[in-house]
Design a protein around this ligand. Structure first.
Ligand SMILES: Nc1ncnc2c1ncn2[C@@H]1O[C@H](COP(=O)(O)OP(=O)(O)OP(=O)(O)O)[C@@H](O)[C@H]1O
Ligand SMILES: [Mg+2]
Length: 444
């Protein structure tokens, strides 16, 4: 580029300088357009996410059955088309402006080249240039003009990349909001958990999920967490695992604030089965030992975990036993029933070593026999360990030492099963409703 401009400057310095100066307004306009396009993209990202959401509902396997049965395909398609139209119109507006700008600069560039060429012809007519110089001069001008326009375009593209990179680096530079200490959980594991006046609201949520919640759990204590839907039971578990930090109050583990602990050391203590557990499209054994991959894989322990949740029966019937890939995604894999998936999630929690058991709705998908066997197994498994069992199946947790009853994020009752029945509060109401329904069905 410099060579061309240098050669051009040897013929006429003013024209070479004018060509370079013409680049300034062009670059400013191009950068501005590129910046606007980027801002539009960022502003429209919620719309783009909504578009992806609609497209997932229309295309993903998880929705396929209900899509057919409820026949809502056209409804979602219309919503998709509306948002797509908005994004498309905004993109078209931006492209038209870019095109108009390019045309203006192209015309100006062509006019400039024509003038410069006219000047060269005039120059030749005065005898200062010969015909060879004129053609060389003209080709330098056309080449320099095209190269400078190309450079301006490339720089604008580079600017676009820089804008993306800026977002990336500012994201990477963010200091984690969750501060972690260095304290490790000792070899004896977790011996006490204390919630002190804990209040918590999910980010972006209007109402509090937990409000002034206080309780203490000591070594070996087994706790049942009970309450209506949305009362905050799963939130207690999430705060304990430090998936979120409390807004007010505090949680102490072994007498120390939870934030003082190294989060990996803390989480390594929890043998957890989430309410919305994951379904890994991997082999059965991987579905089990994934909870503790740092420990050398032990077949006997995988078998034991499967047995304890009564999963060994269906696993033995799979074509490749526990080597069988499960799910729908991989070739040759076999899909499981809802209860079978839950049994794998429970086996995964049991395979892990740790001092605290956290089971959120562990028997929701199990048949009556499996649920009964599971709760009996849990009674044994939880001996000597702090355990939390969240369930709406109240007779399952008859063995626990204490039941905490939550209502709208607050602790409204606490005590053993018999105490709470005698109290005749929310727990007694829930328990009676459940047993009367069962008895009523039996009598009917
Ligand atoms: N990720 C989230 N973001 C915002 N709000 C949430 C989130 N998870 C739960 N909530 C809200 O927090 C409150 C407590 O939810 P939580 O999941 O703890 O209830 P729960 O007692 O486990 O209910 P369930 O018996 O239905 O499982 C609810 O009002 C719920 O809408
Ligand atoms: Mg829950």
């Amino acid at each position: 580029m410099l060579g061309i401009l240098g050669s051009l400057a040897r013929y006429n310095l003013v024209i070479a300088l004018l060509l370079i100066l013409a680049l300034i307004p062009q670059s400013i306009v191009l950068y501005r357009l590129q910046g606007e396009a980027f801002d539009n993209l960022v502003q429209r990202s919620p719309l783009s996410r909504q578009l992806n959401n609609y497209s997932d509902i229309l295309l993903e396997r998880d929705y396929a059955k209900e899509l057919r049965l409820f026949h809502y395909g056209n409804y979602i398609r219309k919503l998709y088309a509306k948002i797509f139209g908005e994004i498309y119109a905004a993109n078209c507006r931006m492209r038209r402006r870019k095109l108009a700008t390019s045309i203006v600069f192209f015309v100006l560039g062509a006019a400039f080249c024509t003038c410069a060429f006219g000047y060269a012809v005039y120059w030749a007519s005065t005898g200062s240039l010969n015909i060879g110089d004129v053609s060389l001069f003209a080709s330098y001008i056309v080449l320099a003009n095209a190269t400078l326009i190309g450079m301006a375009d490339d720089c604008a593209m580079l600017y676009d990349t820089i804008l993306f990179m800026e977002k990336y680096f500012s994201f990477m530079d963010r200091t984690p909001e969750m501060l972690c200490g260095e304290r490790k959980i000792g070899a004896d594991g977790i011996a006490s958990i204390e919630f002190k006046d804990v209040s918590f609201t999910y980010p972006g949520s209007a109402g509090k999920a937990l409000e002034h919640l206080s309780f203490t759990v000591g070594k070996g204590e087994r706790i049942g967490l009970v309450g209506l839907n949305g009362s905050g039971k799963s939130t207690v578990i999430k705060l304990l695992c430090r998936l979120y930090d409390v807004d007010e109050g505090g949680i102490c583990i072994n007498g120390h604030p939870i934030a003082e602990y190294d989060v990996h050391s803390l989480r390594s203590q929890f043998r957890i089965a989430f309410q919305d557990f994951s379904k890994y499209q991997l082999s059965v054994e991987e579905n089990v030992f994934l909870s503790d991959v740092d420990r050398p894989q032990c077949d006997a322990q995988v078998d034991e975990a499967l047995q304890r949740v009564q999963a060994d029966g269906f696993v033995d019937r799979l074509p490749n036993g526990k080597k069988q890939y499960v799910g729908k995604r991989m070739k040759g894999s076999v899909d499981l029933s809802g209860g079978e998936w839950q049994k794998l999630a429970l086996a995964r929690a049991l395979y892990k070593r740790g001092s605290v058991l956290l089971f959120d709705e562990p028997s929701a998908a199990l048949d009556a026999q499996s649920a009964d066997a599971y709760w009996k197994a849990m009674q044994k498994e939880s001996c000597g360990n702090i355990s939390f069992f969240i369930t709406h199946y109240l007779s399952g947790i008859a063995f626990v030492d204490r039941i905490l009853v939550l209502d709208h994020g607050q602790l409204v009752e606490s005590g053993a099963h018999a105490e709470l029945l005698a109290k005749n509060g929310l727990y007694a109401q829930l328990f009676r409703t459940q047993s009367e329904r069962l008895l009523g069905t039996e009598q009917a």
